[in-house]
Ligand binder design. Structure first.
Ligand code: ADP
Ligand code: ASP
Ligand code: MG
Length: 415
């Protein structure tokens, strides 16, 4: 690549997920891949996750003492998985004849806010990484973790190493951020659920953002947001092969032709219903104020007026927040717990299935087709929400996989 009359070294960030560093042999494979990239003349910064299953194991240990994961000490514990991985991968690179240096979040330095278990990156002081790269070393950076202004260890939410990868790529002005995982790209549906799903070769940031937020965990949503904001080229590919994966890129004209580019399901939400509320101005504001004050994000909302002057309000919240949301509502709105019994019910066994595609902007009738396809399978729709490029339906959890397959087939996405 010509640059100021000289050939500029290409800088590549490679992020390896839990399965890709799941055993010592796989770490040796990662080391070999990093070295092969470096031997081509590139600078390589590698971001690694904890070994697969490790973060779950650590979280389970903390749960035996306390349920709430939003705690400084929980982050101290669950960040250790990545500390082990960076040390081992750095050792593996050295054992294979290369030069490597490991970096924890506080050494990079990845500064975040203090929202434990879901911290957001505020800044990265990347000079120590640049120094390592200039010295011909491979920088091996712990994913998922950061440090807040007080020096406390923080973590970025499940799947957060993707976000570390893209953030490091943005901070280093890298040429590409390669996300190595256990599938060889982004598919039209989770290939572990829909065996004939097709690999998408190029997908827009916007579509990927919707897919990620609606359940496709192949990329953490925040990583896509950062990629879009800083124009990082993201290449999702397999650590077990050399085949070209999926490029996440700005929208291209050809993408409009594909009406539905992906189908996904999320199981992370729960539904809360408030019955027989007075149908008067201000009632919704009154119900949602305590939730907003507690930073509980409400997703879908449906309000239904009855003929007798009352109204029912149904909404979804992240499943981990459902219990707290109900307690807050009962506490702050005593009318919800009247003499005639509670007016608040919930359902944790729901799933949100969604179809996504930028082509929806210019095509009508997608919602109708989606509803017909679900009806044909006898699946009842409980809630619906739409945006310009997606339609989501809440259904009973037990039908989630059936719904994804039926929609994938019905919209002709299979191989
Ligand atoms: P890693 O540990 O490498 O970060 P993840 O388990 O977080 O990997 O993400 C990869 C998984 O994402 C795949 O194994 C696959 O089951 C799942 N997935 C869900 N939806 C999709 C999709 N549309 N395309 C590809 N993978 C998907
Ligand atoms: N180890 C963390 C998790 O399991 C982060 C990641 O793998 O991306 O969520
Ligand atoms: Mg992941």
């Amino acid at each position: 690549m010509p640059h100021c009359g000289r050939v500029r070294a290409v800088l590549i960030v490679q992020k390896y997920g839990g399965t890709s560093v799941g055993t010592i042999d796989r770490m040796k494979n990662v080391a070999a891949r990093c070295l092969a990239t470096q031997r081509k003349g590139h600078k390589v910064a590698v971001v690694v996750s904890a070994m697969s299953g490790e973060t779950n194991r650590l979280l389970e240990l903390t749960r035996q003492i306390q349920e709430d994961p939003n705690d400084r000490e929980v982050d101290v514990i669950i960040a250790t998985g990545e500390q082990v991985s960076v040390g081992l991968v750095a050792l593996a690179i050295r054992a294979a004849g290369g030069k490597a240096r490991s970096f924890l979040g506080h050494q990079c330095k990845i500064v975040t806010d203090s929202s434990f278990s879901r911290a957001r990156i505020v800044s990265i002081e990347s000079q120590p990484i640049k120094d390592a790269l200039d010295a011909g070393e491979i920088a091996v950076i712990a994913g998922f973790q950061g440090v807040d202004e007080k020096g406390s260890i923080t973590t970025l939410g499940r799947g957060g190493s993707d976000t570390t990868g893209v953030a490091i790529a943005a901070a280093l002005d890298a040429d590409v951020c390669e996300i190595y995982t256990d599938v060889d790209g982004v598919y039209t549906a989770d290939p572990n659920v829909v065996p004939n799903a097709r690999k998408v070769h190029r997908i827009s940031y916007e579509e990927m953002l919707e897919l990620a937020s609606l359940g496709a965990k192949v990329l953490q949503i925040r990583s896509v947001e950062l990629g879009m904001k800083y124009g990082v080229s993201i290449h999702v590919r397999s650590s077990f092969s050399d085949v070209e994966g999926t490029w996440v890129v700005p929208e291209e004209a050809a993408m409009e032709k594909v009406v539905v580019s992906g189908v996904t399901a999320s199981r992370d939400e729960a539904k809360v219903t408030l019955n027989d509320l007075p149908d008067t101005p201000g009632i919704a504001a009154k119900m949602f104020a305590p939730l907003a004050d507690a930073s509980i994000s409400v997703d879908m909302i449906v309000q239904n007026q009855a003929h007798d002057g009352t109204t029912d309000l149904t909404f979804t919240v992240p499943k981990g927040d459902r219990k707290r949301a109900m307690e807050l509502l009962k506490d702050k709105v005593p009318e919800l717990v009247g003499k005639d019994g509670e007016r608040i019910t919930y359902d944790d066994d729901i799933s949100k299935v969604s179809v996504v595609g930028v082509g929806m902007r210019s095509h009508a009738g997608i919602a109708k087709t989606m509803f017909e396809l679900l009806a044909k399978e006898g699946i009842n729709i409980q809630l619906i929400s739409t945006s310009e490029i997606k339609i989501s339906c809440v259904i009973a959890r037990k039908y989630a996989e059936l719904a994804v397959r039926a929609l994938h087939e019905g919209f002709g996405l299979g191989k």
